[in-house]
Design a protein around this ligand. Structure first.
Ligand code: PGA
Length: 251
């Protein structure tokens, strides 16, 4: 079901007390008529507690920032979809550009992560996006198509319905440079078209596609006003309750 989502990706930030204070502050500041699904993606060590704090709140959920591609077993330091789901977490982020770049995760690795997540009823926020070089060389459309098709297009229609896409141009992540709303809309529209080619219009029109990359309270309203942009995956600005809630209120 297509819905508006604002997800906060804390990355490797916020000690325990800072994280719990942030959750309390966001919850207190959320408007009573909030219509947007809010998702917190804290570090693993906070996830269980944060999820408990959100459990009885309407339209507030949690995500893990990563998941193991392995099912279970002797993989020291890894955390499986089964373990994450056992803490009642709804989503996992898969394929963030930082995972692709620093941890060398390939489209094939991500495909395995997607499969093991869906098998364990963990819904997926799947990230894609191009580098500045790729944009300048004008290979970005094809690159995004490859990222999506190699990791997702083996899924059945029913499983694809559990996928949320996040378009995150690497050149805009944490740089303060945002894609213009028109640049973002152009890619979101393209992503919806390739989904329609593979799965048909009904599924494409029901897929939520989020934008990520230096989204903040100043630019969120313009970005979210576009037809094919259903919300945001927010890094830096999600670490401050006021700015995160301002972004949520931008719909
Ligand atoms: P940013 O990060 O908002 O700090 O640019 C977005 C992301 O990486 O999800």
């Amino acid at each position: 079901m297509r819905k508006n989502i604002v997800a906060g990706n804390w990355k490797m930030n916020l000690k325990r007390d800072e994280g719990l204070d942030l959750i309390n502050d966001v919850i207190n500041l959320l408007p009573s008529d909030n219509k947007v699904e809010v998702v917190f993606a804290p570090s693993f060590i906070h996830l269980y507690k944060v999820n408990k704090m959100c459990l009885n709140l309407d339209k507030v959920n949690t995500a893990s920032q990563n998941v193991s591609k392995e099912e279970r077993g002797a993989f020291t330091g890894e955390i499986s979809a089964e373990i994450i789901r056992s803490a009642n977490v709804k989503y996992t982020i898969i394929g963030h550009s930082e995972r692709r770049e620093y941890f060398k995760e390939t489209n094939e690795d991500l495909k395995q992560k997607v499969d093991v997540s869906l098998e364990n009823n963990l819904e997926v926020i799947f990230c894609c996006g191009e580098s500045l070089d790729q944009r300048e060389e004008e290979v970005h459309f094809n690159w995004i198509k490859i990222q999506i098709s190699e990791s997702l297009f083996h899924l059945s229609s029913d499983d694809f319905r559990k996928i949320i896409i996040a378009y995150e141009p690497i050149w805009a992540i944490g740089t303060g440079v945002t894609a213009s709303s028109d640049q973002a809309e152009e890619i979101h529209k393209f992503i919806r078209e390739i989904i329609a080619q593979k799965y048909g219009d009904e599924i494409a029109n029901n897929t939520s596609i989020l934008y990520g990359g230096s989204c903040n309270p100043t630019n969120a309203r313009d970005i979210f006003s576009k037809d094919n942009i259903d919300g945001g995956l927010i890094g830096g600005a999600s670490l401050n309750a006021e700015s995160f809630v301002e972004i949520i209120k931008s719909f």
